[in-house]
Design a protein around this ligand. Structure first.
Ligand code: DX5
Ligand code: ZN
Length: 222
């Protein structure tokens, strides 16, 4: 079964409560935290995460696009008020990735690792046992509404093969440019957790897009 995460970055921030209410059928609300350094953009921090957690029953998936995210785990976790399902950090942003993943697990939430397009999955082979989800970035992180990078499809496949050969059962996620055209390709390659921002929030009927993405399978390929 595919899991669908609606990426809040594509919401209308002047009507955040309304837009969050429109995606309650999603499995997760994906919250992109940016620091203006690891990525050239700034988005949400603890106060917004706290406010969001207060108004939705949907579990939160935090995607930390910040340098040394270990510094911020406690404050972000406290803001989420127990509604955080998973915290994903970038492999490139952590000097001590293994330690940071342990710290996430110690909070009692799932741990995810995101990989920039230029980062190979081979580099995280030795931490896969600690990881619940590998998030293959299918755009360069930092902005919503970018074009899907088709070169990432073989990387998703390679990630699946690496996990199978290592005998680990973590989930493969994708983030960036996911819609009804690209979703069948990433699912065929092995992705089971789809993050979508523009495709969901910019739609007239977000719940229909969520249901459509959830129903994608390899037969839908164009
Ligand atoms: C990009 C973010 C994504 C983004 C996806 O850096 O991590 O979560 O919101 O947006 P779309 O689906 O519009 O590419
Ligand atoms: Zn994201």
């Amino acid at each position: 079964m595919l899991k669908i995460a609606a990426s809040l970055l594509a919401a209308d921030f002047a009507c955040l409560k309304r837009d969050i209410g429109r995606v309650e059928k999603a499995d997760y609300l994906h919250v992109d935290v940016m620091d203006g350094l690891f990525v050239p953009n700034i988005s949400f921090g603890p106060p917004v995460i706290g406010a969001v957690a207060d108004i939705t029953p949907v579990p939160l998936h935090l995607h930390l696009m910040v340098w040394e995210p270990g510094r911020l785990l406690d404050v972000l976790y406290a803001a989420g008020g127990g509604q955080i399902d998973c915290i994903t950090v970038h492999a490139e942003a952590c000097t001590h990735l293994h330690r940071t993943l342990q710290e996430i697990k110690n909070l009692g939430v799932k741990a995810g690792v995101a990989l920039n397009p230029a980062t190979s999955t081979d580099g995280i082979r030795h931490v896969l046992g600690l990881v619940d989800r590998v998030l293959v970035m299918t755009v360069n992180p930092g902005f919503g509404g970018q074009q899907f990078l088709w070169e990432m499809v073989p990387k998703i496949r390679a990630t699946k093969e690496l996990m199978d050969s290592a005998g680990v059962e973590c989930e493969i996620g994708v983030d960036g440019g996911i819609d009804m055209v690209t979703a069948p390709e990433v699912v065929e390659a092995g992705a089971r957790f789809l993050v979508a921002g523009s495709a969901i929030f910019k739609a007239d009927r977000p719940e229909q897009v969520i249901a459509g993405l959830r129903g994608v399978n390899r037969e839908n390929r164009g």
